[in-house]
Design a protein around this ligand. Sequence first.
Ligand code: CA
Length: 226
Amino acid sequence: MNRILIAEDEPRIVSFLEKGLQANGFTTAVTTSAADTIVMALEHEFDLLILDLGLPDQDGLAVLEQLRGQGKMLPIIILTARDDIGDKVAGLEGGADDYVTKPFRFEELLARVRVRLRNHQATDGQPSGKNERILQVGQVMLDLRTRQAQIGDRYVDLSAREFIMAETFLRHPKQVISREQLLNHVWGYDYDPGSNIVDVYVGYLRKKLGSDVIETVRGMGYRLRA
Ligand code: CA
């Protein structure tokens, strides 16, 4: 199991990241200051660090410098609200592996986490794991590389959001997924929780994939019928 250290001081983002990563099988630990992050990362084994640049005591770049300076080679993904290119370049030159600009969709971050873990393990000479390409539950099949959906023999065109939503359902077959989880996964934490966008998109998916593919679980959310 992969252990991920989250260095972030904004509670809303921490909880968004923790929930999402744990739902995808990762173990997480959280630090909210640069000083704690350095100690934690040096004293414990993590497979990846998600590092906010705007930490309260010191800039995240200082953490990056410290860790790399002390020979810590774990993959580091920077989170930054500052989308000016200067910080990004400084971050990457300072030894970060990737960066994500806030606000971000959880799926975007997750994809980067997976790539970094895979690359890192591959360069460590460990097996890089099964190369996941096709997700299939019942008649519904998603090709994660071509972003193509199929029902039996029939190809279906899905928009980018519809595809991510379908992917979320297929990764958790038979589980009830709440509206809030779907909002987090497909739209990111920045979306208005009062919105009915999830229901609208479930409607789109039912139209395209078949009305009985996703069932409504009253008061709880939605579930993919396997
Ligand atoms: Ca911050």
